[in-house]
Design a protein around this ligand. Structure first.
Ligand code: 8YV
Length: 321
């Protein structure tokens, strides 16, 4: 029988998933779950045919070249693959697997959580009670912005965007979206399409950023687009931090031109722009969109099953290249 393939695991996955990987591979792993630099990945994963990563590892052409030709597969515990040099992988014949679909529900839940907390001032409300500084109920205390009858614009109406739309409709929000291409009527389910991001932003009482991270839309939410938002808009980002120009969003939050923001993702995580920490009108979470027990297990299984498939000559739906 052929030798058991060697695998390297850059981060600690859930116990059930790690056990399943152990069953299939000669596994080495990064015991302490630290975030590895390129040089460490190259040194630790030498000899591995399969490399398990997450979006915290930058899988550059340098890393792929150094581990090639032994390395055959990179399996990332993320739907996003902006941290992987796909062109280099293709050129080297390294196949990439990711985790679409199974995390869409969890990410949509966090999107709704951020939207509600930004609109209804969740951070300030919690702090008022927790600090013991609540003076008692007041007629103008902590007034937020309601959702009913307002427009939610989803930038990036993919698998996650559509799950957000489905959960937002019952709040009485009118759903609009901008996407590279217009969806089929079935996927659109009555959402209003805008062919340009500018047109979409102009009507966004709530702007929900759910587009996949990519160089083409880096900095798309910049000062001129933020200036197009209606008064008292709310901005939510569950995608990638670099879609937003922090200087522009922070200026608009400080001036209250933008009412509030809900952010799960940041440029340069975890070294976020420190000004966010000082603002009352932001609700912040540390990149937990897919962080549920069920979803992280499902993400891991999708990678394991996809690798089983591809090693047996089948083409799993989560194979990128
Ligand atoms: C991941 C994510 O958990 O799937 C993605 O693209 O951003 C998250 O679901 C995180 O990036 C770690 O890989």
């Amino acid at each position: 029988s052929p030798a058991i393939p060697r695998a390297y695991l850059c981060r600690r996955f859930t116990p059930a998933v790690e056990a399943a990987i152990h069953d299939r591979y000669d596994l080495r792993l990064n015991e302490d779950d630290s975030i590895l630099e390129a040089g460490q990945i190259i040194a630790n994963a030498r000899g591995a045919q399969v490399l398990f990563v997450s979006a915290t590892e930058t899988i550059s052409a340098e890393v792929l070249r150094a581990l090639s030709p032994t390395l055959k597969y990179v399996a990332t515990l993320s739907v996003g693959y902006d941290h992987i040099d796909m062109a280099a992988a293709r050129a080297l014949g390294i196949r990439i697997l990711h985790t679409p679909d199974v995390l869409s529900h969890a990410c949509a839940e966090i999107a709704i959580m951020l939207m509600l907390n930004a609109c209804r001032r969740g951070y300030e409300a919690d702090r008022m009670v927790r600090s013991g500084q609540w003076p008692g109920w007041g007629p103008t205390q902590l007034l937020g912005r309601g959702l009913t009858g307002r427009r939610l614009v989803i930038f990036g109406m993919g698998r996650i965007g559509r799950e957000i739309a489905a959960r937002a409709r019952p709040f009485g929000l009118e759903i609009h979206y901008h996407n590279r291409t217009r969806l089929s009527p079935e996927h659109e389910s009555g959402a209003v399409f805008h062919g340009t991001l500018d047109e979409a932003v102009k009507v966004a009482d709530i702007l929900m950023i759910a587009a996949p991270g990519s160089p083409e839309i880096k900095g798309a939410i910049n000062a001129s687009r933020i200036a197009l938002l209606p008064e008292n808009a709310v901005v939510v980002n569950i995608s990638r931090g670099d879609l937003v120009v922090d200087d522009a969003l922070i200026a608009a939050l400080v001036s209250r031109r933008v009412f509030a923001a809900g952010l799960d993702v940041f440029a340069n995580e975890p070294e976020i722009d420190q000004r966010y920490r000082t603002l009352d009108n932001v609700f912040l979470t540390p990149h937990i969109g897919s962080a549920t027990h069920e979803t992280r297990d499902a993400m891991g299984w999708l990678l394991i099953n996809g690798l089983d498939d591809v090693r047996h000559g089948r083409t799993p739906s989560n194979l990128l290249a």
